[in-house]
Write a protein of this length. Structure first.
Ligand SMILES: Cc1ncc(COP(=O)(O)O)c(C=O)c1O
Length: 369
């Protein structure tokens, strides 16, 4: 008997969107010595968060607060908004899924950049909506082209990440403010600010929750070092938050994540420490790559895209690094896929990476560009 899948599920190919480092380790029978491919933080947790989380483990027999009340209250204070303008869920990835489900009917259009962070695309496919892509411009997402495509295709949702993954590039707060002002009336801007805390200078425009055309996405996975806990949030007009509350998984956030996130927000010393460590690691990777005469794409994130000149060189480098127990990824789409994406890891990971990189460069079959 055929399984009674929906038409949408029947129409989709069986895919594994993200091949995780654990999968590669199982395939290769070896553990990675440097895990610098998934934009995880190498600089750990806030000590206060670690303590709060250890305490929360002992309460694991209890469900967590489905309203995420304390955390939303702390986040509201941090961002100068009302707690009814915040929805907490299992990371930006999950919130992107809720957003598509909340805003789109099958067949309606969503605009994103070709080669941008892809999770939204899987949700768009999974809910039967339609994806329209615009190219990057000089390794940057192109706000003007995204807005023009949204108007032209009568899109209900347009996505941009600032700073961007996979390139690490960014736009100023002024440019993004202009983009927000230009969003067509029928459309909502999903502004993914997963990496905003890493920016050397603030690049997030002022938060204005009176605007129903923009949703701001934030996460504890990156600078706060809690990727494994799966917790993030959106800031938006309270009517949009009501929409999320109609469909979200109300017990989806576990107690450990909730308590850790709350302690992280309240630890004022932690983010400056992370930012300083990331800046130093960024300078070190930049110097190393430039020492090999490769172009480094300016980054405001915890990774750096290094232009190896051709897709062939980048692909070979990634595969050889993986063989040498360095987990790294590269952008999937031309022309971004001339680059490798180097995560800003620990001192030890940098040593392992540079040793492997130097060895690969010396190989006879490595051709530059
Ligand atoms: C741009 C961007 N948004 C969102 C995410 C995922 O965030 P979360 O862990 O909160 O789901 C990532 C992770 O790499 C990312 O690069």
């Amino acid at each position: 008997m055929p399984i009674p899948f929906t038409e949408i599920v029947n129409s989709l190919p069986a895919t594994t969107p993200f091949v995780g480092p654990e999968t590669l380790e199982r395939q290769q029978g070896k553990i990675f010595r440097a895990r610098i491919g998934a934009n995880e933080s190498a600089f750990g947790l806030s000590p206060a968060a670690a303590m709060a989380m250890r305490e929360a483990v002992a309460e694991s027999h209890l469900y967590a607060d489905p309203e995420n009340y304390d955390l939303r209250q702390a986040l509201a204070l941090k961002h100068g908004v009302h707690m009814d303008e915040i929805c907490v869920d299992a990371g930006i990835d999950s919130l992107l899924g809720l957003t598509v489900r909340m805003l789109l009917e099958p067949g309606q259009n969503v605009v994103t950049s070709l080669g941008a962070y892809p999770t939204l695309n899987y949700h768009v496919a999974g809910f039967g909506a339609n994806l329209v892509t615009v190219p990057y411009k000089d390794f940057h997402e192109d706000p003007e082209a995204l807005i023009n495509a949204s108007a032209q295709h009568h899109a209900k949702l347009v996505y941009i990440a600032n700073p961007d993954n996979p390139m690490g590039t960014w736009h100023t707060a002024e440019t993004i403010s202009q983009m927000i002002a230009d969003v067509p009336e029928h459309c909502v801007l999903a502004l993914d600010e997963a990496y905003t805390e890493f920016a050397e200078n603030p690049i997030a425009p002022r938060i204005d929750t009176s605007n129903k055309n923009v949703i701001r996405f934030r996460t504890f996975s990156k600078a706060y070092g809690m990727a494994g806990q799966r917790i993030g949030y959106v800031i938006a007009h309270k009517d949009i938050i009501t929409g999320y509350n109609k469909i979200r998984n109300h017990f989806g956030i576990n107690r450990v994540a909730q308590k850790g996130a709350l302690a992280s927000v309240q630890d004022a010393d932690f983010l400056p420490m992370v930012r300083a460590s990331v800046s130093a690691a960024r300078a070190r990777v930049t110097e190393f790559a430039q020492g090999h005469s490769f172009t480094v794409v300016p980054s405001n994130t915890n990774f750096v895209a290094v232009d190896l000149g051709s897709t062939e060189s980048a692909t070979l480098m990634i595969s050889e690094l993986n063989k040498r127990q360095v987990f790294m990824r590269m952008p999937g789409v031309a022309p971004l896929n001339r680059c490798i994406r180097v995560g800003l890891g620990t001192d030890r990971e940098f040593e392992v990476f540079t040793h492997a990189f130097n060895e690969i460069i010396k190989q006879k079959n490595f051709v530059r560009g």
